[in-house]
Every structure is written in structure tokens, then in C-alpha cells.
Design a binder for this molecule. Structure first.
Ligand code: ADP
Ligand code: MG
Length: 387
């Protein structure tokens, strides 16, 4: 199936053509025709498989300029919010007023722009603020999208999301997109969607494109191993995952001490700082991004060749989301797990749950001593809200 066989308008086909998308991805092929018909759709497909364009087509085809707020997209993080907004801006050819609404920036500036927006991409907390202040009018919303629905629930946004959904008109079209559909999501689907059509694209991760390895060493050698690998592996952009903010800061600081320029992204940094960090990473000015799960979720970063797990995540699903950052769109990728005694439990959970992954054990290379700050790492993990 081609884009031109899916019922898209000539204008939109033209834009997609100019974006250089030649063939639709599986999830796009399966969902776009239903979305254009106005059906409620649940789309499950791996990170990086083009879900934004799938719901974006529905929005661009149905939302009219200057007719008030007609499409609302909820996303779990600020960065994702900006990315979705940007993709919709391109897709709509600049013909729609699209506003990203998220916390951490002045609410007043958002208020005046809300008056003229036809499409709002929002994180749940900030949107609820606007709802409570009566600064957003949801009465004309005809399309509601929950993007990264699984993560939205994981991050504890369920109550906020429900409150928002309840404020939108009953007869709207609802679209859910998620990398995985859990039982909790099925509950929400049942509660808020009439006769949804469920479509699946590719499942998370193409194992043939992705090499997964692990090293097993003692805690105090972790950093030395990371430094060694970062210096010796041929790689493009690299993401290093930690479980806590404190470990992110620790790793960044110590990589720099050892001559590796890395930048941090986690929930404790200001919005301004996070945006600037993302820009320099996307422009490949910096090759190493050290981050927590929350901050990284749903970001589209091109050309990530290596994912390092400096800490193995608690939740096996986070492992899949992390590794979904690489081997995107047919590129090859490598995942390197740096395990110590504190990671074994989490690692076992991953292997049990995803027994189809083959994760090869590598011997520890000879490691040089590295310089380190006296600051301490966490061994235990903060609760999710602290990441
Ligand atoms: P997801 O939301 O499923 O994680 P995204 O919507 O962020 O994925 O898309 C991932 C990347 O793939 C983006 O850079 C997007 O521009 C690109 N992309 C989307 N659809 C296509 C397509 N049909 N052909 C090529 N690239 C595409
Ligand atoms: Mg997405």
C-alpha cells in the first residue's frame, strides 16, 4: 500500500511527499484509513514506527483553520509535546495554529495563544491547570489523541487524563497510540471508547537489527568500563540510561573528568535547559546523552547507535522503551548493559519477561583506572516521580 491509496487529500499527499516519506509504515497503513473514516482507533506499535504521522493525518484532514480548538493531543512529557507539535506544524504546512502546552514555562503566555489555537498538544498537568482556570475551551474538540498512552499511565497521569477526557465532548473521535497495550490501558479503552478498532504495527524492537550484550562487573568498576567502552566502541550518537537523577549527574560529571563530553537530561532540569540539551544532541554537537527514563520517553532522536544501561531499569518495560531508541527505521543498533551486583534482580526480570531477546555476555576488558569525583551514586532507586 502507498500513501496515495489511503484516502488522503492531494494537499496532504503533496506535503508527505515533500517530507520525503516514500512508503507508509505498517502502523500507518493499518490505521490511517480507519482514522480518516472517523473511527475510534487503538494503535499499538513500536517506538519509532511513525505513530505521530498516523494520527497527524487525521488531524490535518479534519481540523479547519479559524474554527476554534478542534484537536487535543495528550503526551506524557514536555519534550514529546514539542516534537509532536513540530511534526504537526510541518504536516499542516503551517496552515493550522498548533500550540504546545506544558508545565515549567509561563502559563500567561500560553493563555493568549490558546484563544487562537486549533490544535493543542499538551501534558496532562498543565492542561488541567488551564481547565481549572477556564482558560481553555474544549467544547469544540472533535479529535482526542492519547499519545504514548502506556507511559502516560506509568507516570501516574491516569486521574488527570480521565478528568480531561471527561471534559471533552462525547461525540468526538478518540485515538490511542502506544508502544504496548497493557491491561490498564485496556480498562481506559473500555471506559472511554465506543467500538474502537485495534491495529498493530511492528512489535517493539527488531532483534535481528539489534545486538544486545552485557558485562558483569563490580559496582566500583562500572564507570571505568563505561569510559573504556565509550572510548573504544565505534559509535554515532549514544544514550546512557540511569535510574535516578543523581546517577545521571554523577555519570555526566565523571565522563567529563575523563575527557568525554556528555550532557544530562532528567526531570530535575529546567525546561529551558532540557530544550537546549535536546537541540545540541539532535544537531550532533554532543554525542553522549545521559538520561533517565522519564526524560527520554518518546523523544525521536535520529541515528542513535548505542544504548548503554548504566543502571538496569526496575521495570522490564522500560528496558524495551530504552532499547527502542536505537535500531529505528531499519538502522542497526547496539545495547550494552553494564551490570553490577545491584542490577541482577532487575536484569533477571527482563530476561524472564522477554525471553526472545538474546543478550550475550562479554568478558570485561582490561580497564585503566579512571578519575572520579567524590560524589556518590544511588544504589537504590527513587520512586518514579523523582526521576
Ligand atoms: P513513534 O511515535 O511511533 O515512536 P515517530 O512518529 O516519532 O514514531 O516517528 C519516528 C521517525 O520516523 C520520525 O523521524 C518520522 O519523521 C519518521 N517517519 C514517520 N513515518 C515515516 C515513513 N512513512 N517513512 C519514513 N520515515 C517516517
Ligand atoms: Mg510517538
Amino acid at each position: 500500500m502507498k500513501f496515495k491509496d489511503m484516502g488522503l487529500s492531494p494537499q496532504l499527499l503533496d506535503t508527505i511527499n515533500r517530507m520525503n516519506y516514500i512508503t507508509p509504515t505498517l502502523i500507518q497503513m493499518k490505521s490511517i484509513p480507519h482514522i480518516l473514516k472517523g473511527n475510534n482507533v487503538v494503535g499499538e506499535s513500536a517506538t519509532g514506527s511513525g505513530k505521530t504521522l498516523a494520527f497527524g493525518c487525521g488531524i490535518v484532514e479534519r481540523v479547519l483553520p479559524k474554527k476554534g480548538l478542534q484537536a487535543l493531543i495528550l503526551t506524557p512529557t514536555r519534550e514529546l509535546c514539542q516534537q509532536v507539535k513540530e511534526e504537526l506544524r510541518v504536516l499542516s504546512n503551517g496552515n493550522l495554529n498548533i500550540l504546545a502546552v506544558y508545565g515549567g514555562v509561563s502559563i500567561n503566555k500560553q493563555i493568549s495563544k490558546l484563544d487562537i489555537a486549533e490544535v493543542v498538544v499538551a501534558t496532562p498537568g498543565r492542561l488541567l491547570d488551564h481547565i481549572n482556570r477556564n482558560t481553555v475551551n474544549l467544547s469544540q474538540v472533535k479529535i482526542l489523541v492519547l499519545d504514548e498512552a502506556d507511559r502516560m499511565l506509568d507516570m501516574g497521569f491516569i486521574d488527570d487524563v480521565e478528568k480531561i477526557v471527561q471534559r471533552t465532548p462525547k461525540n468526538k473521535q478518540t485515538l490511542f497510540f502506544s508502544a504496548t497495550i497493557s491491561f490498564e490501558i485496556e480498562d481506559i479503552i473500555e471506559k472511554y471508547m465506543n467500538n474502537p478498532i485495534t491495529v498493530s504495527g511492528i512489535k517493539m524492537v527488531d532483534p535481528s537489527k539489534l545486538k544486545q550484550v552485557y558485562y558483569d562487573i563490580s559496582k566500583n568498576m562500572k564507570l571505568a568500563l563505561l569510559v573504556h567502552l565509550l572510548k573504544h566502541e565505534r559509535s554515532g550518537l549514544v544514550m546512557v540510561f540511569c535510574n535516578t537523577r543523581r546517577n545521571v549527574d554523577f555519570v555526566v560529571k565523571n565522563l567529563r573528568i575523563n575527557g568525554l563530553y556528555a550532557i544530562a537530561i532528567h526531570g530535575g532540569l529546567t525546561q529551558n535547559k532540557r530544550s537546549r540539551t535536546m537541540d545540541s544532541f539532535n544537531e550532533s554537537k554532543v554525542h553522549i546523552l545521559v538520561c533517565t527514563d522519564v526524560a527520554s520517553r518518546g523523544l525521536h532522536i535520529e541515528n542513535v547507535s548505542h544504548i548503554y544501561n548504566y543502571d538496569v531499569p526496575h521495570d522490564a518495560k522500560d528496558y524495551v522503551h530504552r532499547i527502542g531508541r536505537t535500531a529505528r527505521a531499519g538502522e542497526e543498533g547496539k545495547v550494552i548493559n553494564v551490570l553490577c551486583e545491584f542490577d541482577h534482580d532487575n536484569f533477571r526480570k527482563i530476561r524472564d519477561r522477554y525471553s526472545e531477546f538474546s543478550i550475550e555476555c562479554f568478558d570485561t576488558p582490561y580497564l585503566k583506572r579512571v578519575n572520579m569525583t567524590s560524589s556518590r551514586e544511588d544504589h537504590d532507586n527513587y520512586p518514579r516521580w523523582h526521576r
